[in-house]
Ligand binder design. Sequence first.
Ligand SMILES: [Zn+2]
Length: 480
Amino acid sequence: MTSVAGVDGCKAGWVAVISSEPDAFRVEVFETFSDVIDSLPTDTVIAVDMPIGLPDRIGRGGRGPETLIRPLLGERQSSVFSIPSRAAVYAQEGPFASEEQRYAAHLRASEVALATSDPPRKISIQAFGIFHKIREIDRLLTDRPELRSRVIESHPELAFASLNGGQPMRLPKKIKSAVNPAGMAERRALLARHGLPVDFLAQRAPKGAAADDFLDACAMVAIARLHAQGRTISYPQPPLADGAGNPIAIWAAPIAGASESRYVKPMAHLPQNLLNGYREFMAGRYEAERSHYRALAKEGQAPETLMIACCDSRAAPELIFNAAPGELFVIRNVANLVPPYSPDGEFHSTSAALEFAVQALKVKNIVVMGHGRCGGIKAALDPNATPLSPGDFIGKWMSMVAPVAETVSQSTMLTASERQTALERISIRFSIANLRTFPCVSILEGKGRLTLHGAWFDISTGELWVMDPATGDFSRPEFD
Ligand SMILES: [Zn+2]
């Protein structure tokens, strides 16, 4: 299994409960959070009871996650304290030579917190006391973004409630800063039901960590284990990100009915619109075509059509042809060009995909689809275009159609947009001619097992024009 760890801050640094096998747990105290990371395998999933992700400004109720989890915790919600802005957390780093200095620093940091929150909110001395630990993780995740997907924030009381079917713990863990034995016992019993060995839970906390720190680290390891199995949810869902790119989310086991949000497997942080789109995809199309996806995964793909299209974001073949998963094998490159067959040992991405589609997938059709307002074609018609970068990859790529482009640009009878449309369509015929320079294509076409087609999509009207294979003319298809 993936090794997992649950971590909490403690007097000596960090207390970590580590598990590399289902029934084997050990506890260790580390001086720094980096030490925790470095001592564990590089795929270890770590849940930590420490805020991760620091917004620039704080609204009512604190960071997003705090406002979402408080309502789930009933009488235990006082355990969720508000985290101030990034600037406030970094305002006074210390070290502080005396309690007076520390007190003064707390006041100065509070000033920063007031100025960066709405409504204005000071910092509790309790929160100020853990800022150095928050900064430790923040710096680590900022410097090592690869850790963001496997170091997650959780919260002990939310962890307990979520492991308890949504019921918050009945008893407080502490009463007036003294450990409450009955509250500790309630939590140990719950963790034991979730597979932590009773004798492990019952041991004395290691030196440098308090009994409740150890217990919280045990709760964290239970969440880390679920997270490694993809069985957690985040508040909010999906996570937000702060200015440094660090995630802002508190993770826990799913609570039935507590959240509308669906489970999304933790992933690399992506732009919000992509995450939203993915969520809709999972809820909509994937849900509807689940068995089809499963079958495709089991039996492999068998698309009958290879589509060669432009990279243009407005001309996506799967959208235009309303294609089902597994239906189209798509190559997209600048201006949907096919280079001539040239086995010269260079890197040929289009030829490689073509080779796979024809030889391995044995597609029956190849469609070269051009489109209106193609930027690549426009560049080819402008010989004085300045390269976008010293490499001038587009210039080199489009030089493939330079001879025809030159002929078209010389047609002074045509307007600029007519020249553009003309070259868009001529280059489709040009690519089809190049397709036939590939022996595998021409042989199969000769045997009648492969058909080559041309098409042109007008972005502005949605019109599809289809090439007549005999004449090369484009016309709109007739539908019955
Ligand atoms: Zn294009």
